[in-house]
Design a protein around this ligand. Structure first.
Ligand SMILES: Nc1ncnc2c1ncn2[C@@H]1O[C@H](COP(=O)(O)OP(=O)(O)OP(=O)(O)O)[C@@H](O)[C@H]1O
Ligand SMILES: [Mg+2]
Length: 233
């Protein structure tokens, strides 16, 4: 299968801190690719560079287009969408207004489908700050899906959710990848979610790619156990 998103040699330094060092990663349509690693490993920085929010070095290819020099909005219009580690919704706006605003940026308005999919019809006229945190995260995910992106970069979408909410979110992620053929890159600390939905895993450690492979082999790899627990025991 051809990768829809190809990231090559992605590097980023903040002063003397090498947040990312020559990381290669590909995501295929219809697949969920997990990106995991300890705190500070460079996961959010990777999403920031690939989405164009942060200037780094390396090459980002979307489909057959080199988008490395493109601004974030242009990447988004081409189908490269993302969510943020902290929710990016506007607290004082109603759920309906947020979807309407997002729909204004895209050609195909799929917001009605998203509102149904995430069961948000009952809270459309409620301000985002007044809905539950779990619903806020669903609004966040829904907004990233407006316009039916081809690639979705998610930064800890399950953070702060209950076990039941995380489980539900995981089902949605699988659905988005399989039914809509979206290429999903998922940064997540919740290992239940990771092992439930990921087809392939990449592990970062201090900005470097430690290992990539099927979830089961990554889970039992001594290098990964060392990186997470500081011991191979
Ligand atoms: N704006 C910034 N200025 C300076 N250093 C930064 C900045 N953003 C990130 N870093 C540093 O880059 C490294 C990678 O950070 P990053 O946030 O990408 O890690 P992460 O894997 O997302 O961690 P977490 O799991 O805690 O979210 C860290 O050493 C961090 O301190
Ligand atoms: Mg992060």
């Amino acid at each position: 299968m051809t990768a829809l998103l190809q990231c090559r040699n992605i590097s980023k330094s903040y002063g003397g801190v090498h947040a990312l060092q020559k990381v290669d990663l590909k995501v295929e349509p219809g697949r969920v690719h997990g990106l995991i690693g300890p705190n500070g490993a460079g996961k959010s920085t990777f999403i920031d560079v690939v989405s164009g929010r942060t200037r780094g070095s390396g090459t980002v290819i979307l489909g057959d287009t080199d988008v490395s020099g493109f601004a974030p909005n242009r990447r988004r219009r081409m189908g490269l969408s993302r969510s943020f580690q902290r929710t990016s919704i506007f607290p004082a706006l109603t759920v309906r207004s947020q979807f309407e605003l997002a729909a204004g940026w895209v050609d195909n308005d799929n917001t009605a489908d998203l509102i149904d999919m995430f069961n948000l019809r009952g809270v459309l006229d409620v301000r985002a700050e007044e809905i539950s945190y779990g619903q806020q995260r669903l609004v966040d995910l829904g907004l990233a899906l407006v316009g039916t992106p081809r690639v979705l970069l998610l930064d800890e979408p399950a953070a702060g959710l209950s076990a039941a909410e995380s489980h539900h979110l995981a089902d949605h992620l699988l659905d988005i990848a399989r039914r809509w053929n979206v290429a999903v890159l998922l940064v997540e600390h919740d290992m239940d979610v990771i092992f439930k939905v990921c087809d392939v895993l990449t592990v970062l450690e201090t900005g470097k790619l430690l290992i990539e492979g099927p979830p089961e082999s990554v889970r039992s790899d001594p290098k990964v156990i060392q990186a997470y627990f500081g011991s191979t025991a």
